[in-house]
Design a protein around this ligand. Structure first.
Ligand code: ZN
Ligand code: ZN
Length: 387
């Protein structure tokens, strides 16, 4: 006699999205069964931004003035002591967002904020609206069109601020600072200088951005943000930070420091910045969401390094690919990294593949062929119960 099983089924599922830098388009595939794959057409090459839960994904096509929206097909629903996972096919949501030169996307809680650089505004959308195809969002008008960001926090908006553009200027004006605004665009408090602002990330109660002067750190725990400039240490060679990642599991950031170094940033405790010299220029770096003490950086000689954020040091290194020089055009296809559980994934455009690398041993375990010129990559998924 068959006895119904009362045991909960536990499932781990990672889905990988890879953007084609040659013809545009996105390939989605299941990491453990890469023959399960889906092909989506886009207007052009895209950068991919999953929502914080991973249920939605934005494909930003800057040169084509479009942002496409995907339902990743994986939803993780946390019940506190465990999560439920539901897996279905990925879907492209009907209709794309259109606007002048969409670029950076900032995720904060269930919201995603897209900067339209040439439009001078930021559109914020809720994940649940994205999944239902409601793409109106809430618009925030910036002081002038520029390559920046804005993000609503509590009842205010933090936005980058740019210089007033010169008449007949052919390029967007330089970023000069950061300020809090009311939702209708009134500045609250002072403009905080942050020359050449680039890169922004959240961790804990902080939002940070890279500046020529140092790292701007905004403590958002009170009713109004408090800003502090974390100066670059005097004993370091002159360089600056322009890319930042924030940990979800502890209050720490990892940023670049010039082309061939990283900084571990603790916005609350001294020393605020700890420097990690790299043997070659960095191609891409990433934080490990499940093991927050670790990050990984690929250098242009084809070596993957595991960074320990607690000790601010390189813990292990291994060759994982042929060299990818950082000389040449900034947008030449080069590897990009993502994490799927215990694996580091690396797009390998020279070999039309995604490499799967064991995060512990740094050994390449397999290579998954992907059509086109695989470049940007995003991973969603995790483990949960299906009951
Ligand atoms: Zn459950
Ligand atoms: Zn940028």
């Amino acid at each position: 006699m068959a006895v119904p099983s009362l045991a909960d089924d536990s499932e781990t599922h990672w889905r990988v999205f890879v953007a084609d830098q040659a013809d545009g388009g996105v390939t989605a595939l299941d990491l453990d069964a890469p023959e399960n794959r889906w092909q989506f057409e886009l207007a052009g090459p895209a950068r991919l931004y999953p929502s914080q839960s991973g249920a939605a994904l934005l494909a930003v096509q800057s040169d084509n003035d479009q942002v496409s929206v995907f339902n990743s097909g994986i939803s993780l629903d946390s019940h506190g002591d465990h999560a439920d996972i539901a897996v279905s096919e990925p879907e492209q949501i009907d209709g794309a967002l259109e606007g002048a030169r969409p670029f950076h996307v900032v995720s904060h809680g269930p919201e995603m904020s897209i900067n339209f650089d040439a439009g001078g505004y930021v559109l914020t959308l809720e994940e649940s609206d994205l999944l239902e195809g409601r793409l109106d969002g809430t618009s925030f008008e910036q002081n002038t069109a520029h390559h920046g960001f804005a993000v609503p926090i509590k009842d205010y908006v933090i936005s980058s601020v740019a210089a007033e553009p010169e008449d007949d200027a052919e390029v967007l004006p330089p970023r000069v600072g950061l300020a809090a605004f009311s939702p209708d665009g009134e500045m609250i408090g002072d403009l905080h200088t942050c020359t050449d602002l680039h890169g922004e990330a959240f961790s804990g109660s902080y939002l940070v951005a890279g500046c020529a002067e140092g790292i701007a750190a905004l403590d958002t725990s009170g009713s109004e943000p408090v800003m502090q400039m974390l100066a670059y240490p005097d004993d370091l060679p002159a360089a600056k930070t322009g890319t930042l990642l924030g940990s979800k599991a502890m209050q720490v950031f990892l940023g670049n420091y010039g082309a061939d170094a990283l900084v571990v940033i603790d916005p609350a405790e001294e020393p605020h910045l700890r420097h990690i010299a790299l043997p070659y220029r960095s191609v891409d770096f990433i934080l490990d969401p499940a093991k927050p003490q670790f990050g990984y950086v690929l250098t242009e000689d084809g070596t993957l390094h595991r960074i320990n954020l607690l000790t601010a040091s390189i813990e292990d290194s291994a060759g994982v690919s042929e060299p990818y020089s950082m000389d040449g055009h900034w947008r030449d296809p080069r590897p990009r990294l993502a994490i799927a559980g215990g694996d580091v994934l690396m797009t390998d455009p020279l070999n039309n593949a995604v490499k799967v690398i064991d995060a512990e041993t740094l050994a390449v375990s397999r290579s998954i062929e992907v059509e086109g010129l695989p470049y940007n990559i995003a991973v969603v998924g995790g483990s949960g119960l299906t009951h």
